[in-house]
Write a protein that binds this ligand. Structure first.
Ligand code: FES
Ligand code: FE2
Length: 440
């Protein structure tokens, strides 16, 4: 294995997967089941993890089932109108209560022996209450609630960590960017359909890094769809980005890449947001956030660890926000969930077009998706063997910029230019390495 470059902790040398001097990451970080187990323990069972969008469960009793770290959970709109989340496991012998991805429930009845629970998790009856000891306390047999549950602009996050800082603090400076995409009209965003969901034999971080900002892959990986788009092809320079494009890294490992249209293309029909929604943006966003959106070609970003977003054009004057969850299932496999969103105030016709075209690009069979996934899977296949595992992944284009954000920048977070280095990705990996090492 690669030489460990860690310092001492409690007399033990802490293992690091990231080498900040060399600009490399051990390949095992993207393959190993041992690393996966550490990630679940030290990141996914501790951090704020995205669970669902508020608009997926609009009515009383609406629910979705998701993973929160190591545990399956039910996220449900309670009878009180509030959002509840519980461990999806019966208090009797652990059976999964809810087997479907989504639905509407008055209550949950365990399919094994019939214990039943209210939407808020309270135990209604075990069916055999009469056989319990006289002093049995049924109030102590409610479903286990998610320890902390909070919402930011419709995005519902949970954590099993009672000591986790408030969600808004965890998001920190990155909240400013999320506001610009999820809070830009009074009604906010809504998901337009249930998520596409599929499994890929690639590590979850490959997706998270790609969306933090892998500008270097676009022209080669996506040469096909870029060349085949007759309108974009006709507009010379569409594949290049303006020099004021930038990358962002913030505390807690969040990051994004903001790419602007190059000079001369500002009038391109592809750049505009829906004209009828712009006045609403102006009521909700700060001038600096409106400036962020002006001439925006595409933004990609990741909320650490595994929620990503992309906003891109789907047709002239129409942009789709896509969100992604990269859910680890082993060291070398993940499940992906992908949603398309639009502003609640948009017309039904607009939403229908955005949904269709959004999934055309970024659904399970999306044209961009197909390009990426074949390459991610091939990296897993080529990285498994004893020999390949000796050879680290290379992030050296981050090194000249590391710890050197632009001074006096007005955008929140640490800002890096140019936008096509690997600095935001490497910052993500350094944060990841710090969390994995801190539990050693
Ligand atoms: S396991 Fe649920 S009722 Fe027995
Ligand atoms: Fe891609």
């Amino acid at each position: 294995m690669q030489k460990v470059n860690g310092g001492k902790r409690n007399g033990k040398t802490a293992h690091h997967w990231v080498d900040s001097k060399a600009g490399t990451v051990e390949r095992a970080a993207f393959i190993s089941d041992e690393v996966y187990r550490l990630e679940i323990e030290r990141i996914f069972d501790r951090a704020w993890i995205y669970l669902a969008h508020d608009s997926e469960i609009p009515n009383t009793g609406d629910y979705v089932t998701r993973m929160l770290g190591s545990a399956p959970v039910i996220v449900i709109r309670g009878s009180d109108g509030g959002i509840h989340a519980h461990l999806n496991s019966c208090r009797h012998r652990g059976t999964k209560l809810c087997r479907t991805d989504s639905g509407n429930a008055r209550h949950f009845v365990c399919p094994y022996h019939g214990w039943s629970y209210e939407r808020d998790g309270t135990l209604i009856t075990t069916t055999f209450d009469r056989h319990f000891p006289k002093d049995a306390d049924f109030s102590k047999l409610a479903l286990i609630p998610v320890t902390q549950l909070e919402t930011f602009k419709g995005l519902i996050f949970g954590t099993w960590n009672a000591d986790a800082e408030p969600l808004v603090d965890y998001l920190g400076e990155f909240a400013w960017y999320l506001e610009a995409f999820f809070g830009r009209t009074p009604g906010g965003m809504e998901v337009l359909a249930p998520p596409h969901r599929w499994r890929v034999k690639a590590n979850w971080k490959v997706g998270a890094l790609n969306f933090v900002g892998d500008s270097q892959h676009v022209v080669t990986t996506h040469a096909g769809p870029l060349a085949l788009d007759p309108v974009r092809e006709a507009r010379k320079g569409f594949a290049t980005v303006a020099a004021d494009s930038f990358q962002v890294a913030t505390r807690n490992g969040h990051g994004c890449t903001v790419s602007y249209l190059p000079p001369g293309m500002e009038e391109d029909a592809y750049q505009t947001h829906p004209a009828d929604l712009m006045p609403l943006y102006e009521t909700m966003l700060k001038p600096e956030q409106l400036a962020l959106l002006k001439n925006l070609r595409v933004i990609v970003g990741t909320v650490f660890p595994n929620l990503s977003l992309i906003e891109s054009q789907v047709s002239p004057g129409e942009k789709a926000v896509t969100i992604r969850l990269w859910i680890p299932t082993s060291g070398s496999e993940m499940e992906i969930l992908s949603w398309i969103l639009a502003e609640r105030e948009a017309s039904a016709a607009y939403k229908a077009r955005v949904l269709k075209k959004g999934f055309h690009n970024f659904g399970a069979a999306g044209v961009f998706e197909q390009d990426d996934l074949e390459l991610w899977v091939s990296a897993t296949e080529a990285g498994h063997g004893r020999v390949a595992l000796q050879v680290p992944y290379n992030f050296q284009t981050a090194l000249p910029f590391l710890d050197k954000p632009e001074p006096n920048n007005t955008w929140p977070g640490r800002i890096y230019r140019p936008s096509d280095t690997e600095v935001a990705q490497f910052e993500f990996m350094r944060h990841w390495d710090g969390l994995l090492t801190s539990g050693a």
